[in-house]
Design a protein. Structure first.
Length: 558
């Protein structure tokens, strides 16, 4: 596994946000973690951007670049044109000087490679060989089409990307050079691995920033003479089309950026809905590359765009003319479609999710899938499990909780901090002689009970446990526990009806008292009789007295 983008398990908190935002649902929820399915991932970086816990991590290739530098070979950096939107008050010379301090031999703008590419696009529209042409600069879009939209593959411009073209150009000019691309994109790491001996390594602006900080290297001002730069607008929305000097009037030119809009456009193409001849510039990132997943988020979109627009000029870079064969790229369909369940299987899964009726399919999206049916399909494909349905789990937990509270032999009552009743069970109503059907929710507890103990618990923060209380108005004895939960702002009362125990004890004490009085009377009577017939009974009198005294003592003990 290449792990261009992977999961940091310790940080994952099961919020499903990455699944909700993943445009191709290439994330598998397993063992309470959201794992990226590498073979399905198009490396758009959306999950990396939206994760609130920084649970997604990008493969770091700084060590690989350091090894290239230490090898003694000529290391040349290809800097993506969006660098001007990433940094404050810089130009290519400033970037190059900082990179030289890190050990690079030189640095150039990838925009030079973009010039080579856009010239090829001009040839394509000039020859008018295709009804629809889709730009192929974005590796993520290329992956998307190759994995899911077989009919659209033929419409991809069969031209290499600017990164590929520029690194190829560098190696043509410097035969001993190794190339390192630096930019705002995660998918370029995979593209580089596919281009053996063309792009030797890729690092993101984020990795470069960390490296510069580690070496305490800062950008130093340096004047630059602009000799070219039209394709410096390549990383902006419409930048490819706007940099083309020749546009065939037989084509319509469209800009589509953002994965969701690109998917909708591709669905139109696949369905045959697009009838006109058109050139479509597609980019995975909304606003194109200046809004790449590892761009500095402190720089707002308009700020980034204005930086680019102030840096470019209308003159083309002077680049070498290459034979068409070197600039060609073939695209192939990699069928990654998963098995789909039958309607019966979907219904069985929905049933297990508590979705028996159509109205129970809330389609709330909290699990990460747009509809309950999509979630059921994901369960079938092993990407999701039943526990991800939050409304179902909430309803199940509440039902289970309500069942326990309702059937508890103890009276249970929950109050808010204003001492208003939020929940009360049947046993509590029986204690205070109130019909359970009577709606007490929202009522002040003072209407049914003395609130003084609840006030004391909230003021002191000390809970009361098993306090015996006599409710005179209800003629009930209870043993009450009062707990104050500051975090949830509730007071909970648990009441055990001990009236029967108290009454039984009272009756038992009364019985013992009566028995003792009877025993005393018997003893006194026996003593009188004993005195009268002492001569006849002898020691028997004494034995009777001892026996009766023992009986009295036992009754008193009880």
């Amino acid at each position: 596994m290449n792990n261009y983008l992977s999961l940091n398990e310790l940080n994952c908190k099961n919020c499903y946000k990455c699944i909700r935002h993943c445009p191709v649902k290439s994330i598998k929820f397993s063992e309470n973690h959201a794992y990226i399915i590498e073979k399905e991932c198009i490396l758009c970086g959306t999950c990396y951007v939206v994760c609130p816990q920084n649970a997604k991590k990008i493969r770091n290739d700084i060590k690989k670049v350091k090894i290239l530098i230490e090898s003694g070979r000529k290391v040349v950096a290809s800097i993506a044109p969006s660098f001007i939107a990433e940094y404050e008050n810089v130009n290519i010379k400033i970037i190059e000087n900082a990179l030289k301090k890190l050990g690079f031999n030189s640095a150039e703008e990838t925009a030079k490679g973009a010039t080579i590419v856009k010239k090829e696009y001009e040839k394509i529209v000039e020859n008018s060989e295709k009804n629809i042409v889709i730009s192929s600069c974005c590796h993520t879009i290329n992956k998307l089409i190759q994995s899911k939209y077989e009919k659209s593959i033929d419409y991809l411009a069969d031209v290499i990307t600017p990164m590929h073209a520029h690194c190829l150009d560098i190696k043509e000019r410097f035969s001993d050079a190794v190339t390192v691309f630096i930019g705002p994109c995660i998918s370029k790491k995979e593209e580089a691995d596919e281009l053996i001996n063309i792009v030797d390594a890729v690092i993101t602006f984020q990795e470069l920033n960390e490296w510069l900080e580690e070496e305490n290297i800062e950008f130093e001002q340096h004047e630059e003479e602009l000799t070219g730069g039209l394709t410096r607008i390549f990383p902006t929305s419409g930048g490819i089309i706007n940099s083309m000097n020749y546009k065939n009037s037989n084509y319509n030119y469209f800009v589509v950026d953002g994965i969701e809009d690109c998917i909708r456009a591709l669905e139109d193409i696949e369905s045959g809905a697009i009838k006109s001849r058109c050139f479509i510039e597609m980019s995975a990132c909304k606003g194109s590359c200046i809004n790449g997943p590892v761009m500095n988020k402190n720089n707002k979109p308009i700020t980034r765009l204005s930086k680019v627009m102030s840096y470019y000029n209308r003159n083309d870079f002077v680049v070498k003319e290459y034979v068409e064969k070197l600039l060609k790229k073939q695209f192939y369909f990699n069928n990654l479609k998963n098995n789909s369940p039958s309607e019966r299987e979907i219904k069985e899964i929905l049933k297990k999710m508590g979705k028996i009726k159509a109205e129970q399919e809330l389609n709330c999206g909290t699990c990460g899938y747009n509809t309950c049916r999509e979630k059921a399909i994901a369960v079938f494909q092993g990407k999701a499990d039943f526990s991800m349905c939050l409304p179902f789990l909430k309803e199940k937990a509440e039902s289970f909780s309500d069942h326990i509270i309702y059937n508890s032999p103890n009276g249970i009552m929950v109050l808010n901090e204003e001492l208003e009743i939020q929940q009360i069970n049947k046993s509590a109503c029986e204690i205070i002689n109130i019909d359970y059907g009577l709606n007490l929710i929202g009522s002040q507890v003072v209407q049914i009970l003395n609130p003084s103990d609840y006030v004391v618990v909230m003021e002191t923060g000390e809970n009361i446990y098993n306090k015996k209380v006599y409710l005179a108005e209800y003629e009930k004895y209870i043993e009450e526990t009062i707990i104050y939960d500051k975090e949830y702002h509730i007071v909970m009362s648990i009441m055990r009806n001990i009236t029967y125990d108290i009454n039984y004890k009272t009756q038992k004490e009364e019985l013992c008292k009566n028995t003792i009085e009877i025993a005393d009377a018997v003893i006194e009577k026996q003593m009188r009789i004993a005195q009268e017939i002492a001569s006849l009974l002898g020691e028997t009198v004494a034995e009777t007295k001892v026996a009766l005294s023992n009986l009295k003592g036992k009754l008193i003990d009880e």
